[in-house]
Design a protein around this ligand. Structure first.
Ligand code: 3PG
Length: 211
């Protein structure tokens, strides 16, 4: 099973901004124990690169992607650290090229038909629809999905426990991303039990919508 198939099976991807790489192992454990063995770690903090490395070293069972990757140099660092997939807030052709060379799935951010067509040209199979809430949420995704049958969507930005099941009820949603399960303040304050229970709650919602 490749990374995209695994993401699709897990159905929810916690987006986790990590400030201290020393939290990587406890965080990985709480995701695994909470039933969501996956993370998108944004390349927005200096700790991101080593945190990815340490989460992957902690367990081969956890899928770790790098988020907020805006250029090929970051993609190179993320993949060298062990990232299983690469996510951007928009579409970068240079990141797409690099990921293709390395055979690592790339999930570019797109919110318009033009961007989705460029993403298809780049070989993308899953599109990050970001920021989902601000761009019309599921209504917009349904409109975009009609002409673009070859891609699936990962809405992120404004997805939460209250609207997760609604998003997942649409079969063109590959998975949903969001920060609500593992916010930085929970990590920084060592609230790993809380992260685990939020992950479990999200996993239970997802399991109800899609067995
Ligand atoms: C991201 O980086 O993908 C978003 O900031 C996550 O959005 P959310 O905080 O609304 O879940």
């Amino acid at each position: 099973m490749n990374a995209l198939e695994k993401i699709k099976k897990i159905k929810v991807v916690p987006v986790i901004v990590i400030n201290d790489e020393n939290n990587a192992e406890k965080l990985a454990a709480s995701l695994i124990n909470g039933g969501l063995p996956v993370a998108e770690v944004p390349f927005r903090t200096p700790a991101a690169e080593n945190a990815i490395k340490r989460m992957k070293a902690y367990s081969p069972d956890i899928l770790v992607g790098a988020g907020t990757v805006v250029n090929a140099e970051q993609a190179e660092r993320a993949i060298a650290a062990g990232a299983d997939f690469i996510v951007s807030p928009g579409l970068s052709e240079s990141v797409a090229d690099y990921c293709r060379q390395k055979n690592v799935p790339y999930i570019p951010g797109c919110v318009t038909p033009y961007e989705i067509m460029k993403a298809i040209d780049c070989g993308a199979k899953v599109i990050k629809f970001f920021p989902a809430g601000a761009f019309g949420g599921l209504k917009t995704i349904k409109s975009l999905a009609a002409p673009f049958g070859s891609v699936e969507f990962m809405p992120t930005g404004g997805v939460n426990e209250d609207n997760l099941s609604e998003y997942l009820s649409f079969d063109k949603i590959a998975t949903c991303g969001g920060s609500w399960m593992a916010e930085s303040k929970l990590i920084d304050n060592g609230k790993f039990d809380e992260i685990e229970s939020k992950c479990r709650a999200a996993a239970e919602i997802a399991a109800k919508v899609r067995a």
